[in-house]
Design a protein around this ligand. Structure first.
Ligand code: NAD
Ligand code: LMR
Length: 370
């Protein structure tokens, strides 16, 4: 049942968080409630976070708790419960222009992300049917966090296309607005490199990461790391090949590090919420007109578009991959391939392994579905 704090004026932006009662969902909602305050004030706009979860107590508790924080962002909660309206998912989604999905089961030690495919695909299908029924697919952005991202983004796009058939939007229109979140890998790569180079606290490093979101599909490009506009190529090279390869491995298997430390209590939630909040804020600013274009690295259906020979060659025709993108309010506009011309020899090999793995793992799941 929704419990709005404000009920009068119209929302300038409604963000639906599906799976908002979970580890990522709660932390992400907190970050949006606090970090979007300045965006609301700057844009003089009302932002509404609609939190949905099948776990009624978790989402009701989190949303009520958040509603006591004095920021301009307001929160409602929605969950199936005795006596609630017929469709709390519909109430959560109606009017949303941005939907973030952290709903799903996390890993336990000994599991791979792929082991989550069957259960999480069924959750994502249910939620995407709700999105297709209640959101305008030509105007809504959907960001998927649930694992395995590499195989669930295709499930999400395909379900939206089929279930949204009545909206008469083209598959390209849908694909332009649906993205898988791989930002946590870039956050990790930046944190680990900062530590390895012994940089000062104020020196904020950015490491591009492309490919996918699991093991060897994660390709960190340490040779293209920057601090502000300064390139770090020489300093990165000075670390030597062994240290660099350990850093790559740590990013590729950073998720396992957290799963092991949590010892059965789930996987990364706080760092993921931090990463997801960065991306969600970018989309919120785009939708509120605070910015004209968003540049982000996200997992997307590049195969749905004729981006040209350069992209096809680079991805070897792979339909889904995580690449640096330019996104406008109308959705995906362009793919940046400049990074591919500047790859170090080791990074070229990592990219080849990534392509090979994405070419085999994702179709296997698609067969499992049919
Ligand atoms: P969690 O178990 O703490 O939370 C998941 C929430 O989803 C729960 O509250 C649960 O009730 C809810 N849920 C389940 N089915 C639902 C449905 N049909 N509708 C609405 N809500 C539903 O798990 P978590 O730690 O928050 O992780 C969530 C997912 O995110 C996992 O699949 C995990 O592997 C993935 N993850 C992805 C990344 C990434 O980089 N993309 C990083 C970390 C975790
Ligand atoms: C991560 O990278 O931390 C997430 O994908 C969660 C996981 O299962 O490792």
């Amino acid at each position: 049942m929704p419990h709005p704090t404000y009920t009068n004026s119209r929302d300038a932006l409604k963000i639906a968080v599906l799976g908002a009662g979970g580890g990522i969902g709660q932390s992400l909602s907190l970050l949006l409630k606090t970090e979007l305050h300045t965006t609301c004030v700057a844009a003089d706009a009302r932002v509404h976070i609609a939190m949905y979860d099948v776990n009624r107590d978790a989402v009701a508790g989190a949303a009520t708790d958040l509603s006591h924080i004095n920021t301009a962002v307001y929160v409602t909660w929605h969950a199936p419960e005795a006596g609630s309206g017929p469709d709390p998912l519909a109430a959560c989604l109606r009017g949303a222009q941005l939907v973030v999905i952290p709903a799903g089961v996390p890993r336990k030690p000994g599991m791979t992300r792929d082991d989550l495919f069957a259960i999480n695909a069924s959750i994502v299908k249910t939620l995407s049917q709700g999105i297709a029924a209640h959101c305008d697919l030509s105007r809504t952005f959907v960001l998927l966090i649930s694992n395995p991202v590499n195989s669930l983004v295709p499930v999400l796009v395909e379900t939206l296309v089929v279930a949204g058939g009545h909206q008469r939007v083209t598959p390209q229109t849908v694909a332009r607005r649906v993205f898988g979140l791989t930002q946590l890998d870039a956050v990790r790569a930046s944190a680990f490199l900062h530590e390895a180079l012994g940089l000062l606290p104020g020196q904020s490093v950015r490491v591009p990461v492309v490919g996918g979101h699991s093991g060897h599909t994660i390709v960190p490009l340490f040779s293209q790391a920057v601090v502000g506009t300064d390139k770090l190529q020489e300093r990165v090279r000075s670390l030597g090949p062994d240290v660099l390869s350990q850093l790559v491995n740590r990013v590729q298997f950073g998720g396992d590090e957290v799963v092991k430390a949590k010892n059965g209590a789930g996987s990364a939630t706080l760092s993921m919420a931090y990463a997801a909040a960065q991306v969600t804020r970018g989309f919120a600013e785009l939708l509120l007109g605070v910015r004209e274009e968003l540049q982000d690295t996200l997992y997307v259906n590049v195969g749905a578009f004729a981006f040209g020979e350069q992209v096809t060659q680079l991805t070897q025709g792979l339909p889904y991959v995580s690449l640096p993108l330019a996104i406008s309010r109308d959705g995906l506009q362009a793919v940046d391939t400049q990074w591919a011309q500047k790859l170090a020899p080791e990074e070229r090999k990592l990219w080849a392994v990534c392509i090979q793995e994405l070419q085999t793992a994702v179709p296997q799941h698609q067969e499992q579905q049919s």
